[in-house]
Design a protein around this ligand. Structure first.
Ligand code: ACM
Length: 785
């Protein structure tokens, strides 16, 4: 597993770049030029002999009166200053006399057979030239140059660039990220930062999910209540009735001026913002504001406080279409995007089924069922959008009952919807839940952020194939590209959005840019290691867990423990120390599990070549710590539908608890019970934030006290009851409370079932940690598992 990753590459696609370069001085000794660590890897890259020195004060020139080129030149200078401390001067070109070290050049010729994002970049011995027909191409050339510089040798104020010729263009025109600003809003400043950061990986679409049951985030001048009423919800309070949320009013919206500013900011970085206005479902918020456009008299008076699937659907009468068309008119005025996303997902049809008026209308129109009615609905909207020279885009449910003539499909239930659309001659974007939902966890590390339980790892994203073999070459042309979706039910802050998107965005970008290239995980991760350094320079607080060293500790005797080290990515080499000293590239290399005398301080890091990819395991091992497990180290009794859920109070974040909301029950695998006298549980109250579409109440269990108890059972959840920990002392406490109780004496190694029984739906108690008190004198014997 720990094979050394190679910087001097001789594998996969890199072999075709012709990286063996004969230097004149060493003609008999071919020199292996280093392939630069770029992400995404360009289509064609030819390293050559020689270097160019870039120094403080050197010039970047752009053609006179060329705003697009000027933007890229300024952006490059700013990035180099910020991330490399290099001060370059941006100047308008003086034509053939140009002595600039970096020259932006606009080619009139659109470079035959190459697409509008194409660019050429040549690092020669005297200068760098970036040429492209489009502003997008010039921007991407500047991004590649920035990546070359941040991967190059040099001191402060000097960079030694190796000569290289790059011809580049993406294979897929749609390389997207979806941001859900409905469940939780991000600031305009944050969204700009996100746009800038994804554009540095040449991602070019920000699909903006602006409306949902929990909030309407876009100012619509004609219908101010959409944001006045639809923009704010009551947060479910941790301690209250789930039915009547009593928390603070929570929400907000983006003004039209802010949106125009964002659209412009994105366009400069070749990012298209595609707005999504959900219909006919996920419409609780707008229907709370304008109930007259709902299907029945049943509606909420404020956006939903909980998550789940709600029954509130738009009506299908002319007045409702007029309302939606008026909204879309303002949307199209704000967003120049050729695509307008109209949602279409998860519209349960109960209200349409129960409305006599709608049923009568269906009969009149000859519509046979509610799926066909949804199809009629989307077709009407598609007609309107098409008349305004835009394209309708919808989730794959818009296939049900027949696709609208001009609609494109965003496939999220796997890729089948995309395949079906392509076979019908419609365009499609592939955004399957697995592996492209970035609200799913990346690793099972105890330090993972809140997200859906199942893992969409960095490697699973890298392995995604956007070119399904079941499509013919012609049908494949309908696959516009791929997109990762970040739903924010449990992603409450900008920092958490960043954590969920990076570094998976690097894998997404790599695959979207050149899906036809062969993949090589070890080679890719060696480039990711360099990308992580760029993230650190940019201040991107990414999820490090794919490269972080994990320990698995097995108790051997009362004072020794067997330690196994690994990283999720399975790459690089792990080095470690046991004396508390910092890990360096000279520290011991981990090969096999080893025994440690307690107490000890274990520090470890993953190295890619000689560089630290991630260095943050620093752990004190003693008889108590080796027995503690945190929430995400425990197993769930029932994995599905498990969610690592958390509802922070808006004023601050809280620890993460992994819980199956329908069954708050965990398994501590392989607990060594010799000498154990007490068990402790860190518990934290969570609001019960789900609305089950079948309105089923979650099972609560048989509790005996007012706040409920944590029960600990031997071997399985129906096994002998070893301990009962009353939750009472933690009641009304917003953070983690450590509770403990005597554990009936046992010996040997056993699984323990730790389950919460409670009298009320909310709060739902989560287990943050489980630990044990160990009687040092009672049982020093060797353990027989
Ligand atoms: C979706 O995840 N409901 C598109």
């Amino acid at each position: 597993m720990m094979d050394k990753s190679r910087t001097f590459l001789s594998v996969g696609r890199v072999a075709s770049f012709g990286i063996v370069v004969a230097l004149a001085a060493f003609a008999t000794q071919p020199v292996v030029a280093r392939t630069p660590a770029l992400i995404p890897m360009p289509a064609h890259l030819e390293p050559s002999a020689g270097t160019l020195i870039l120094q403080d004060g050197a010039e970047i020139s752009y053609p006179a009166m060329d705003d697009g080129a000027r933007f890229s030149a300024m952006h490059l200078a700013e990035l180099l200053k910020r991330t490399r401390g290099l001060s370059l001067r941006v100047v308008e070109s003086v034509g053939t006399q140009d002595k600039a070290a970096i020259v932006f050049e606009r080619t009139a010729d659109p470079m035959t057979n190459r697409n509008k994002e194409a660019y050429d970049l040549v690092v020669g011995r005297n200068a760098v030239k970036i040429s492209a027909a489009s502003s997008a191409g010039l921007y991407y050339g500047s991004v590649t140059l920035w990546q070359l510089v941040t991967d190059a040798a040099g001191d402060k104020g000097t960079v030694q660039l190796e000569c290289v010729a790059i011809q580049d263009a993406p294979e897929l025109p749609w390389r997207g990220i979806m941001l859900d600003s409905a469940r939780h809003m991000q600031s305009v400043t944050y969204i700009k930062q996100l746009i800038d950061r994804i554009s540095l990986e040449k991602l070019n679409v920000l699909h903006w999910h602006l409306t949902d049951d929990q909030g309407w985030r876009l100012e619509i001048k004609r219908y101010p209540k959409l944001t006045q009423v639809g923009g704010f919800r009551r947060l479910p309070h941790v301690f209250g009735s789930a039915a009547k949320p009593t928390g603070p009013n929570y929400g907000g919206f983006y003004t039209q001026a802010e949106v125009r500013d964002l659209v412009k900011y994105a366009a400069q970085r070749n990012v298209m913002i595609v707005p999504e206005i959900e219909m006919p479902g996920h419409a609780s918020a707008p229907l709370a504001a304008y109930p007259q456009f709902g299907s029945t008299d049943l509606h909420l008076t404020a956006p939903a406080s909980e998550y789940g699937i709600f029954p509130y659907l738009y009506n299908v009468d002319d007045k409702t279409f007029e309302f939606l068309e008026n909204i879309l008119t303002e949307v199209m005025d704000l967003f120049p995007s050729p695509y307008i996303h109209v949602g279409g997902d998860e519209a349960i049809k109960d209200q349409w089924k129960s409305s006599a008026t709608i049923q009568a209308q269906m009969k009149k129109l000859g519509i046979v069922n509610e799926d066909a009615l949804q199809s009629y609905f989307i077709k009407r909207i598609d007609t309107f959008i098409t008349a305004h020279h835009r394209r309708t885009l919808g989730w794959d449910e818009i296939l049900e009952g027949g696709l609208a003539p001009n609609a494109a499909v965003m496939s999220w239930h796997g890729i089948a919807g995309g395949i079906s659309a392509a076979k019908q001659g419609h365009d499609a974007v592939l955004a399957p839940v697995r592996p492209l939902y970035f609200n799913y966890r990346q690793t099972d590390s105890a330090s993972e952020a809140p997200g859906r339980f199942a893992l969409n790892s960095l490697q699973s994203v890298y392995n995604f194939d956007p070119l399904p073999p079941s499509l013919t070459a012609d049908e494949r042309k309908h696959i516009l590209g791929i997109q990762a979706n970040l739903w924010t039910e449990y992603v409450q802050t900008g920092d958490r959005v960043t954590w969920m998107i990076f570094p998976r965005a690097a894998a997404l970008a790599e695959v979207a840019w050149a899906p036809s290239h062969p993949r090589n995980w070890n080679e890719f991760t060696s480039r990711v290691a360099v990308e992580l350094q760029r993230y650190r320079k940019l201040g991107i607080v990414y999820d490090p867990n794919a490269f972080r060293v994990n320990t698995q500790e097995t108790i051997e005797t009362s004072n020794t423990v067997m330690v196994a080290l690994s990283n999720q990515a399975g790459v690089g080499s792990i080095r470690y120390t046991l004396d508390g000293s910092p890990v360096t590239r000279f520290s011991m290399v981990y090969r096999d599990p080893f025994s440690v005398q307690l107490p000890a301080r274990l520090r470890a890091a993953t190295f890619m070549e000689s560089e630290v990819a991630q260095s943050d395991l620093d752990r004190t091992l003693d008889s108590a710590s080796v027995r503690v497990r945190y929430s995400q180290d425990l197993q769930l009794c029932v994995n599905d539908p498990a969610i690592a859920m958390q509802q922070d109070p808006p004023q601050g974040s809280r620890p993460v608890v992994l819980v199956n909301y329908k069954n708050p029950c965990w398994i501590y695998k392989g607990a060594n019970l010799n000498g154990i006298t007490q068990i402790s549980a860190g518990v934290m109250a969570l609001p019960y934030v789900f609305r089950d579409k079948n309105k089923q109440a979650p099972p609560l269990g048989d509790s005996k006290t007012k706040a409920g108890e944590v029960e600990v059972h031997l071997d399985s959840c129906t096994g002998k009851l070893l301990a009962t920990i009353p939750i009472g002392p933690a009641d009304r406490h917003p953070g983690v409370t450590l509770l403990s109780a005597p554990l009936e004496r046992s010996s040997g190694v056993h699984d323990l079932c730790v389950k919460v029984v409670r009298p009320t739906v909310t709060p739902l108690w989560g287990i943050y940690s489980i630990g044990f008190t160990f009687d040092e004198h009672s049982s020093p014997q060797k353990v027989e598992p």
